[in-house]
Design a protein around this ligand. Structure first.
Ligand SMILES: [Zn+2]
Length: 212
C-alpha cells in the first residue's frame, strides 16, 4: 500500500489551525502519556505504525481536519468523561480481547487490511464491541481502499468526536457515545452525500447481519 492511498495528494491547512485564534486550545488527553509509558509489545507495534503516520504529518501529507456539526468535545473518551456504560480499567481488560482493549480503551490502531469487517459486504449493522450500541448501517459503508472499514455517516447520535493532537497531527477522533470506546477517526475526503470518511477499526466493532 502506498502512503498516498492513506493520505490525499493535495493537503490543505487544518481547519483547527485557523480556528485556534478564536477558540481555546484543545485539551490534551491526560491518559495518553501514561498509556505510552506502559507500552506493551502490541502497543509498541501500534506506536511504530503511528510514527510512520507522524512522518507523513511532517511531510505535510495530512488530510484536512474534519469538524462535523455534531462535534461535541465535552463528551470525551478520557477517564474523566461520563458515559452511560462505564467500567474500571481492570473490568474493561476482562471484558475485551487484548486487541479490542488496545483499540477501544487505549486508542490503538489495527493494521490495515487485518479486519474481516473490511470485507464485510452483507446488509446489517456494525455495533460497538465494547457495549453493543449500533454504530453504522451497511448502507453507508464504502470501500475507501485504506484497509479499514469506512462509512460516510454514523447512525443518529451513535458516536461522539473530539480533537486528537497525538503524534504531531490534528485529527478528529471518533468514539462510541455510549461507552466512550475509541473507534477511529473521521476525515473530509469521503464520498457523497456527506463527503466524510469515518475510518474505523474493525476490532472495535461487531457485525450483526440483517434478519432475512
Ligand atoms: Zn460502546
Amino acid at each position: 500500500m502506498r502512503l498516498s492511498d492513506l493520505y490525499p495528494p493535495k493537503p490543505r491547512k487544518p481547519i483547527q489551525a485557523l480556528e485556534a485564534k478564536h477558540s481555546p486550545a484543545p485539551r490534551q488527553s491526560a491518559q495518553s502519556g501514561a498509556a505510552d509509558a506502559g507500552a506493551t509489545p502490541a502497543r509498541r507495534l501500534f506506536l511504530l505504525s503511528a510514527s510512520a503516520a507522524a512522518a507523513a504529518a511532517a511531510a505535510g501529507l495530512v488530510p484536512r481536519l474534519v469538524r462535523p456539526a455534531f462535534a461535541d468535545d465535552s463528551r470525551r473518551a478520557g477517564a474523566s468523561a461520563h458515559f452511560e456504560v462505564a467500567f474500571s480499567d481492570a473490568e474493561w481488560r476482562k471484558r475485551l480481547s487484548p486487541g479490542q482493549y488496545e483499540i477501544l480503551r487505549q486508542e490503538g490502531t489495527e493494521r490495515p487490511y487485518s479486519s474481516p469487517l473490511n470485507d464485510e459486504h452483507r446488509a446489517g449493522t456494525f455495533a460497538c464491541a465494547g457495549c453493543a450500541q449500533p454504530l453504522f448501517s451497511s448502507r453507508t459503508k464504502f470501500d475507501s481502499h485504506t484497509g479499514w472499514p469506512s462509512f460516510w455517516t454514523p447512525l443518529d447520535k451513535a458516536v461522539g468526536t473530539r480533537t486528537d493532537t497525538t503524534f504531531g497531527m490534528i485529527r478528529t477522533e471518533v468514539h462510541c457515545s455510549r461507552c466512550g470506546g475509541h473507534l477511529g477517526h473521521v476525515f473530509d475526503d469521503g464520498p457523497k452525500p456527506t463527503g466524510l470518511r469515518y475510518c474505523m477499526n474493525g476490532l472495535a466493532m461487531t457485525f450483526l447481519p440483517q434478519a432475512a
